[in-house]
Design a protein around this ligand. Structure first.
Ligand code: PHB
Length: 388
């Protein structure tokens, strides 16, 4: 089976779906494939913070009905340092905000919009490899749900297929990237309880980091720092509440039934290349950040906004200059976000084997941020997102 389109997009995550949505609005047709079913995509729990610029692009392009009604606008976060709470006020420092709206809800909105527009969106279709990157007719070789080979020929192939990207090999070779691992992970829970705090609390405590986040008035999301090899079943519910509670001194958590547990490993990665010929990588396929700065999905959105302009110029005006500039322009923001995510991570987590010096220095660092208007402004500017 073969198909032909202008842009073949591998991956129906935030990057792939938003790209096809924005291209569709410029009159550029695309095919999106994903190995997962629609149900899997719409139910996988991921991060939940949207930068103001991300919400603005959803609003400008008609997919913001739910984010603006169900999502919650957050005008600040709290950093908890040695039991003292310090609010970072986004409105006061930078006049911007973020929205708490889980990634899978964004995906539901985009899938509904794409199917509503008659988009060729193929679930259960797994990319196997990308061929002919340096020609003007690159191709995706894939397998459909019945195991039949599907070939999609396009003007451009976009790998929006996440950290285990199949498209990446066609761009950089398998190992082509800058890489860092961290000696800790997050143990995440979802529970049925009322919120314990109106805003997110990022807590640096002597027992390690915890993040108190939310999902809705009835469901809460919380994380605590753990060893990357932790088995999700090792703790009883009672133990989980004890650990979480011990890491947010100063707050009494509202407890409730824990109905999901997961361990998220931390990684920082930037591919050496984001483009080879007519194959381009966006989002997690090109870069991964640890979750502490809530940058992952927002960075994917920033890539896609840039790439849309570049593909529009190439495919509608035969002008390749923006596509030539794309990797350099995208990487400028990517490395700023890499730094912010690394900085938040290192400032808030306790390294295994940290000395008293390390611990006290870290508290000094946190205080130098929270007690200074310049420090709070720096954090707020990065967290709410640099201009797109
Ligand atoms: C989440 O609610 O899942 C969340 C919020 C903030 C982060 C990471 C994850 O930095």
């Amino acid at each position: 089976m073969s198909a032909r389109t202008r842009v073949a997009i591998i991956g129906a995550g935030p990057a792939g779906l938003l790209l096809s949505h924005l291209l569709g609005r410029c009159g550029v047709e695309s095919i999106v494939i994903d190995s997962r079913t629609r149900e899997q995509i719409e139910s996988t729990i991921r991060a939940g913070i949207l930068e103001q610029g991300t919400v603005e692009i959803l609003a400008e392009t008609g997919v913001s009905d739910r984010v603006l009604t169900v999502g919650q606008k957050h005008e600040g976060i709290e950093l908890r340092v040695a039991g003292e709470g310090h609010r970072i006020d986004f409105t006061d420092t930078v006049g911007r905000a973020v929205w708490l709206y889980p990634q899978h809800e964004v995906l539901k909105d985009l899938i509904a919009a794409r199917l509503g527009a008659g988009q060729d969106l193929r679930f259960g279709t797994t990319a196997v490899r990308v061929e002919d990157a340096t020609t003007s007719r690159p191709r995706v070789i894939a397998k459909d749900a019945e195991g039949r080979t599907v070939e999609i020929e396009a003007d451009v192939v976009v790998g929006a297929d996440g950290s285990r990207s199949v498209a990446r090999e066609a761009v950089t070779g398998t190992y082509g990237g800058y890489f860092r691992e961290y000696p800790f992970a997050w143990f995440g829970i979802l529970c049925e309880a009322p919120p314990s705090s109106e805003e997110l609390i990022y807590s640096n405590s002597p027992n390690g980091f915890a993040l108190i986040s939310q999902r809705s008035p009835e469901v809460q999301r919380m994380y605590f720092q753990c060893d990357p090899d932790t088995d999700t079943e090792v703790y009883t519910e009672e133990q989980l509440w004890e650990i979480l509670q011990s890491r947010v001194p100063g707050t009494t958590l509202n407890e409730g039934r824990i109905f999901q547990r997961d361990v998220l490993r931390f990684r920082s990665f930037v591919a050496h290349e984001m483009r080879r010929g007519r194959v381009v990588l966006v989002g997690d396929a090109a870069h991964t950040v640890p979750p502490t700065g809530a940058k992952g999905m927002n960075l994917a959105v920033a890539d896609v906004i840039l790439l849309t302009e570049a593909l529009r110029a190439l495919l509608l005006d035969q002008d390749e200059t923006l596509l030539d500039a794309f990797p350099e322009t995208a990487r400028h923001r990517v490395w700023k976000a890499q730094h912010f995510s690394w900085w938040m991570t290192n400032m808030l987590h306790l390294e295994p084997g940290a000395s008293d010096f390390d611990r006290l220095r870290q508290i000094g660092e946190l205080r130098s941020v929270v007690e200074s208007r310049a420090g709070r402004t720096y954090l707020a500017e990065a967290y709410t997102g640099w201009p797109l």
